[in-house]
Design a protein around this ligand. Structure first.
Ligand code: FAD
Length: 286
């Protein structure tokens, strides 16, 4: 279908984008890569009066170290995340996750900020950002704000982001022993089930664990039961296999659609939790 008529403006800075957004009185939308928004507009599920293009704001683009953390600008495209030498060396789960997104066209246009704002229940980044305990940096007319990933993803296509706010960056402490495992839908490569796991190990025992899940529920969540089962146990294949076993059965409101039944998704949550944890363990010795 053809979208409704709209005005187009290009923002030159974050402040300019916020001002332009405010000027629309809530009827405008930011556009970055357009790979989620444009399909919605074509279906007329979203009919903004004005599109404010933020794709050429250089301050929103790039991957850098800042204050001991890694910062990814919200306008950074998936391809640049997937191929970042910094991420590959210090926090490879992030680049691995980006590399699983869509196809080359999607990865070269779609941005991490757009993915987080859109919050598709099958998007890959949310599970990974939960596992690395990321913080999401926002800016609006009321000033800057920081939200933990855990509080940001609230429900189906619903996040803690005001109508006048823009995501500027995500930040996290690098985690080496972390991995992402995904059962993907063959055409789009969206996650039917995606699990990201991050482990800290002290003297051979798991001292901390964070496990994020996407694809199976209305939004990304942490698998707190799995995390609890891991902490204090030896960092072994047997431990992660035991902890992952009941991961799917423990969930409520598991999604069912043409790609996977509820029972299949539950089974795959356990399988891919085990694979993600095994991947994290493998990185301990890499
Ligand atoms: C064929 C296809 C396959 C795909 N496969 C996958 C996949 O396997 N895994 C996956 O995770 N995703 C997948 N996607 C989605 C893709 O990752 C999108 O690029 C992403 O969801 C949105 O990013 P964008 O930059 O294109 O955002 P846009 O479409 O431009 O915007 C999406 C929403 O975010 C808002 N927005 C954009 N940037 C900001 C910002 N900085 N601050 C606040 N709001 C903002 C917009 O207003 C809009 O509401 C796929 C998409 C397509 C078309």
């Amino acid at each position: 279908m053809i979208p409704s008529a709209f005005e187009y403006e290009r923002a030159t800075s974050v402040d300019d984008a916020i001002a332009k957004l405010a000027a629309t009185g809530g009827t405008g939308k930011l556009i970055a890569g357009g790979h989620s928004l444009v399909p919605l507009m074509k279906l007329r599920l979203n009919e903004p009066t004005t599109l404010i293009d933020i794709a050429r704001i250089s301050a929103l683009v790039g991957i850098r170290e800042r204050d001991g953390l890694i910062e990814i600008g919200a306008g950074t495209v998936h391809h640049d995340v997937a191929t970042s030498a910094l991420l590959g060396a210090q926090c490879p789960v992030v680049s691995d996750t980006a590399a699983t997104i869509g196809d080359p066209q999607v990865r070269n246009r779609g941005t991490i900020g757009g993915s987080l704002a859109h919050a598709d229940p099958a998007a890959d980044y949310p599970a990974m950002l939960l596992a690395v305990d990321a913080q999401i940096h926002l800016q609006g007319a009321g000033g800057p704000r920081v939200v933990a990933a855990e509080d940001f993803f609230q429900d189906l296509f619903t996040v803690d982001l005001g109508p006048d706010e823009i995501i500027t960056a995500v930040r996290f402490a690098p985690v080496r022993a972390a991995a992402y495992a995904k059962l993907y839908q063959r055409a789009s490569r969206f996650a039917i089930v995606g699990v990201a796991a991050a482990l800290e190990v002290t003297d051979g025992a798991i001292s901390a664990a964070r496990v994020g899940l996407t694809g199976a529920l209305s939004s990304a969540v942490r698998l707190s039961g799995v995390e609890t089962a891991l902490v204090g146990q030896p960092a072994t294949a047997a431990t992660v296999a035991t902890a992952a076993t009941g991961a799917g059965a423990a969930l409520s409101d598991v999604s069912a659609d043409l790609h996977a039944s509820e029972a299949y998704r539950r089974a795959m949550v356990s399988v891919f939790t085990k694979r993600a944890l095994e991947g994290a363990l493998a990185r301990l010795s890499a």
